[in-house]
Design a protein around this ligand. Structure first.
Ligand code: ZN
Length: 340
């Protein structure tokens, strides 16, 4: 099973979580119309990294990782290589849209998400309160290619070969493939696949040309530009989630000892709660999942969950700490972000 989540039958309004909250949109009940047109953001990272026959997480890649150990800060300016594949009829993604997306990514990794004052409950500690992460991003290159392919199979490598664009060196840069649409025959028709990311340890080729994110052009449509099915995922935070995977993060539901996605699994982060399901809707804090007979206060506003973009707003200290582990000398991302 790659899908372990519940869909709430009713959408609850997210109430103000801090006294300073006066933002109108979060106190509004999403309308019946919103509910009908909302699509689920759906990330295939677990499936692609561990169920795919072509790719497997190398279990040795993090053999000495210890979530309770504090890893030193490492300043990384990570160059992003955008590989944009568009059909002749596709409305072009502009360079300005790419830059805007990277600006939002930087804002998120800096711990300066504008939603923080409204959505972050006091018990949860976000990253960036005392120091910046040291992780930032810039546009290294934008490659473009016109192709006849509109829908790409998530299980193949076509986006890299033939009609696709071969990725740049993943030792130093992150590849971001932008496709018109992604399909997976094993999923229900109503799924909206937002993409997937390659986890550390999966591409062990010398140039790691597979390393990065494969996503769709939908991520660029901000606010009113949003595609209707992504009405609640319209603040360009999908790439933050996917890049989080490349830097070492799992979904909040975690994985088992063989890196398979499970309910109530281990996300290998010390300060995130155990989580039973992906959360998709507006939830009222506090909200609890039950795992192993115990209730856990859910951190549904974390970037690695699936809630709407106006809810998700932070990484924890533990999540940034895990990213720092992979930046250590000899680790998978040791050279990432060290070249201009
Ligand atoms: Zn994901």
């Amino acid at each position: 099973m790659i899908r372990n989540y519940i869909k709430n039958t009713s959408i609850l309004a997210l109430t103000c979580l801090q006294l300073s909250c006066n933002k109108e949109q979060l106190t509004e009940q999403p309308t019946e119309q919103d509910q009908n047109i909302k699509g689920n953001e759906f990330c295939l990272t677990d499936k692609i990294n561990n169920e795919s026959t072509e790719r497997k997480i190398d279990p040795w890649v993090e053999y000495d990782y210890n979530p309770t150990k504090i890893y030193p800060k490492s300043v990384r300016k990570i160059g992003l290589i955008f590989n944009i594949l568009e059909t002749a009829k596709t409305k072009k993604i502009t360079d300005a849209q790419v830059q805007k997306q990277v600006d939002i990514l930087n804002q998120n990794f800096k711990g300066e998400d504008p939603e923080i004052p409204f959505n972050l409950p006091l018990p949860f500690i976000r990253f960036g309160m005392s120091e910046p992460s040291g992780i930032s991003f810039f546009v290294k290159k934008i490659n473009r290619k016109t192709t006849r392919i509109k829908v790409w199979d998530a299980n193949g490598n076509d986006y890299k070969l033939g009609d696709g664009i071969m990725g740049g060196n993943g030792n130093f840069y992150l590849n971001i493939w932008i496709l018109d649409a992604i399909s997976d025959p094993s999923l229900d028709d109503d799924e909206e696949i937002t993409g997937f990311a390659i986890n550390p340890g999966v591409d062990n080729s010398s140039s790691k040309s597979d390393f990065g994110v494969v996503t769709t052009r939908e991520i660029f449509f901000y606010e009113k530009e949003s595609h209707i099915t992504y009405k609640t995922h319209n603040r360009s935070k999908t790439l933050t989630h996917e890049v989080g995977h490349c830097l070492g993060l799992y979904h909040m539901t975690g994985v088992d000892s063989k890196f398979n996605e499970v309910n109530c699994g281990d996300d290998k982060v010390s300060d995130t709660p155990t989580q039973a399901y992906f959360h998709y809707d507006y939830l009222k804090y506090p909200y609890f999942d039950n795992c192993h007979g115990q209730n856990f206060n859910q951190m549904f506003m974390n970037y690695m969950d699936y809630t709407p973009h106006d809810v998700r707003c932070f990484f924890t200290n533990g999540q940034i700490n895990r990213m720092r582990y992979f930046f250590q000398k000899g680790k998978y991302n040791s050279e990432l972000g060290t070249k201009k």
